[in-house]
Each structure stands twice: as structure tokens, then as C-alpha cells.
Design a protein around this ligand. Sequence first.
Ligand SMILES: O=C(O)c1cc(=O)[nH]c(=O)n1[C@@H]1O[C@H](COP(=O)(O)O)[C@@H](O)[C@H]1O
Length: 274
Amino acid sequence: MNESFGTRLRARLDKFGPLCVGIDPSPALLTAWELDDSPAGLERFSRTVVDAVSDVAAVVKPQSAFFERWGSRGIAVLERTIADLREAGTLVLLDAKRGDIDSTMAAYAEAYLDRGSPLAVDAVTLSPYLGFGSLEGAIISAVANDAGVFVLARTSNPEAAPLQRLVAGQVLEAAAAANAGHSPFGPVGVVMGATLPTLEHSLDGLNGPILAPGLGAQGAEPADVARLFGSVRDAVLPSVSRAVLADPKRLRARTLHYRDECTAHLASGVADQR
Ligand SMILES: O=C(O)c1cc(=O)[nH]c(=O)n1[C@@H]1O[C@H](COP(=O)(O)O)[C@@H](O)[C@H]1O
């Protein structure tokens, strides 16, 4: 039997530290890297990131949008990037933020979670906007394929707050229920921005991983990760893209910097007193 996503994630976190590094080949970054904004440029960019960070990041997170810009040729590069990441042994979290009615959701689950799919990854980001229940089939599929999902709860962008504040409690409760009884983690992670001024909800009973984007370009620092997530320090995955991707020559050094700073702050940090 294969190991569950939770088991594999636990092993990566214990061995490599907590960092998730994004592969976000935006037009601006391609220009900064002196690469063409083309499928060939995307491929060179992605390969360079895979080579530089696979053995220092716990998880690597390609952002699907930047590949989709190039249609089928971009998706082909995404497929090869996923294959390269798997060969390098890292865990792949595809950032696609999918969410739809159950029948459509089944097709998304087939695309990203079915072992045999060309786009199969270890985990995918999902949106609960059609109701947490609409994601049930995808969660079942994740478990069947030893994969996971990360459901948006409180995202890092400030304009999300008025809407998500109303529903984040429901998302966290439903995620905790789906994770009950699993060890070391259940299949349902949540997304909570590292940029949040305070953590308005308890994460103590979640029994799942927490993806915390917003480090660097969106203003969060490793100290914020410790302040917000100190009480769940073994389960948090701070995530960074532009701040490490800005300069190909400093990619690995910046990744090590963020990883080591997050590790140090989480080890010594004081959790937010709600
Ligand atoms: O799901 C995500 O990864 C995500 C959730 C969130 O709340 N905020 C957020 O920025 N992201 C993604 O994380 C990446 C952040 O990029 P940087 O701001 O460059 O580190 C982008 O690919 C976003 O789409």
C-alpha cells in the first residue's frame, strides 16, 4: 500500500523544514530572468526552479494560471514540470483553486488527483465557494489516490476579509471533520494567509496542514508566520513565490534564507494570544 499524503508530507516537513516555494512564471519574472515570454521561456524558468529548490523546499507549488496563459503548449510545460518535480522527489501542490458542482468537481478531481492523469499531483488548491459539501467527491478521490487538497479559508489578499470572515469558521470545522481519525494529518489542508493581522479562528483541532502564503512580496515576514501559527507550528507551510523567484542567481540562497528564518522563528516564536 502507498503512503498517504499526510504521511509523505510529515516526512518532508521533518526532513526539509516547512517552506513551500511557488513556481509563478509571470511575464514580469520572465523578463527579469531575460527569458522570452513563451512556452520555451516557461520551461526554462520552471526547470531552473525545480533544480534549485527541490531539495530545500518541503513542497513546490506551480501556479496553474501562468501556464494556462499559453494554452495547450503551456499545459504541456506544466505536465513536464510536474514530472520533473516528481522525479526530484518533492511534493507537488498545484495551485488551481478549483471549485464547482459535484459532477464538474469529479472531472477536476480526475484531472489533478487520479494517479493516471497527466496532470496528477500530490495536492491541489480548492475553493469552497460552492459549499464545502461540493468538494466531498474530490476529498474522497484524494484519499483514494493518497493525495490531498488545500481549501481556501482566509486568503492572503486584504479584499477577501469581509466575505471570508463570514464563512472561514464553517470551512475550518468541515475540514477538521474530514480529517478526524487520520494520522499524522488528514487529507484536507486549509489556506490561511501569513498576511492576516490576527488569526480569528482556532486551528488547534484541524488535524491537517496549513498553507500560509503571503511571505515576501505581499508583506508577511517569517516572524508573522510564528506569531500567527506558533500554536500549530508542526503543521504550517509558509509559502513564497516572487520574493525568492526575483533573481535566478539568488534563487537557492533566498529559498534557504526563508526556510531557515521560518524554522528559527517557529522554533522560538510566541503564538498569537487570541
Ligand atoms: O492558494 C494559494 O497559493 C494562494 C492563496 C492565498 O491566499 N494567497 C496567495 O497569494 N496564493 C498564491 O500564492 C502565490 C503568492 O505569490 P507571491 O506573493 O509572489 O509569494 C500566488 O501564486 C497566489 O496565487
